[in-house]
Design a protein around this ligand. Structure first.
Ligand code: NAI
Length: 358
């Protein structure tokens, strides 16, 4: 079989650090395994446009491996070219770069390594909430500049204690965020999700479900987005919804950039309607140099906690999602059942309830 992997270039770092498994150089550690079974393994970072390796090789690929960090967008049109394609494996979590509805129609299975990096992201969410609420980035920039003016930072720095924090999406990551918020003595923890948590799980983290999205955001000092990108979440955080946020709320999005309207969020930060926005996911990746999220600042000069997409690709996470990808391939080659939690699209139907209420 032909296995095609679309990964990001790691260059010098990947040569020096073999645990950077999700790179073109280190190939998810799969080459020896796949070749020992007689499979062809093509690895590339070239993914966009008709002349890219992705578009050329997809025509006779049997198994496609992609990562959300350097997404190879598998559109309906590309699927029509991919006559042999049977399985798409996401090395990581989040398969929105695959047209899932088209995969259902064509009986192409979509699997991901569920859970592989959810702790990594939950930790990044905690870091992002704290750096926004405590006004960390401008404080650090001041130090690097050689300045020292405490009042300029403290005028916009707060405690997380006593604030209302809500997660949009209370699945693996959202729930772990609620768990990690426990010792901060927040005023209240809320969640918005069409799948209610079991009562025992709700009680464990003392979180209250709010069923209406506008009502939910209007009660939160901090909103963290932990839902997948699908037709029900694309662009859902836009000018209209932002009007229902508490004035000066903080927004953290490590789920997918396209859940937010980029211009609307940037305007809300610039006007101070949002006190800050942090996250690592962008509506276009790599983000163009002039993307509004790179330089947006609130009226007091802070409120930007953006990073490149790396929260789910720590070295610890890479070990887990590389191993998980291999297990999925082994199961497939040996005709064994897949872990049901890893199956997003099975043969001709959605197996996951996370990509829209069906
Ligand atoms: P999960 O499938 O365990 O949980 C997702 C939850 O979102 C489910 O409970 C689902 O019901 C809920 N949901 C779906 N649509 C919703 C909507 N319209 N409103 C509210 N809730 C909704 O997924 P998990 O593991 O928690 O990951 C969530 C997302 O985080 C992934 O799909 C991915 O996009 C993103 N992610 C980002 C990473 C990064 O490196 N930045 C790494 C891993 C995941």
């Amino acid at each position: 079989m032909k296995v095609l992997a679309i990964l990001y270039n790691g260059y010098k770092a990947a040569k020096a650090e073999p645990r950077l498994l999700g790179t073109v150089e280190n190939e998810l550690g799969l080459r020896a395994y796949l070749e020992s079974l007689g499979h062809e393994y093509v690895v590339t970072s070239s993914k966009d446009g008709p002349d890219s390796d992705f578009h050329k090789h997809i025509a006779d690929t049997d198994i496609l491996i992609t990562t959300p960090f350097h997404p190879g967008y598998l559109t309906k049109d590309l699927m029509d070219k991919a006559k042999n394609l049977k399985v798409c494996v996401t090395a990581g979590v989040g398969s929105d770069h695959v047209d899932l509805n088209a995969a259902v129609d064509r009986k192409i299975q979509v699997l991901e390594v569920s859970g592989s990096n959810v702790v990594s992201v939950a930790e990044q969410v905690m870091m992002s909430i704290l750096l926004l609420v405590r006004n960390f980035v401008p404080a650090h920039e001041m130090i690097e500049r050689g300045d020292w003016q405490v009042s300029d930072i403290a005028r916009n720095a707060f405690d997380l204690e006593g604030k209302v924090v809500g997660t949009m999406g209370a699945g693996r990551i959202g729930y772990r965020v609620l768990q990690r918020l426990q010792p901060f003595n927040c005023k209240e923890l809320l969640y918005y999700d069409y799948n209610a948590l079991p009562a025992s799980a709700e009680n464990t983290v003392n979180a209250r479900r709010v069923e209406d999205l506008k009502d939910f955001v209007s009660q939160c000092d901090v909103v963290t987005v932990n839902a997948p990108l699908h037709e029900g979440t694309r662009g859902i955080i836009n000018k209209d919804l932002l009007q229902h946020f508490k004035p000066g709320a903080w927004l953290v999005n490590t789920a997918r950039g396209a859940i937010c309207n980029a211009e609307d969020v940037a305007s809300a930060v610039k006007s101070g309607q949002l006190r800050g926005y942090a996250g690592d996911v962008w509506n276009v990746q790599p983000a163009p140099k002039d993307h509004p999220w790179r330089h947006m600042k609130n009226p007091l000069g802070g409120g930007n906690g953006m990073t490149p997409h790396y929260s789910g690709t720590t070295l610890d996470a890479q070990t887990r999602y590389a191993e998980g990808t291999k297990t999925i391939l082994q199961n497939y080659f040996e005709g064994k059942p897949q872990d049901p939690g890893n199956v997003i699209v099975g043969l001709g139907k959605y197996e996951s309830q996370s990509y829209g209420k069906r």
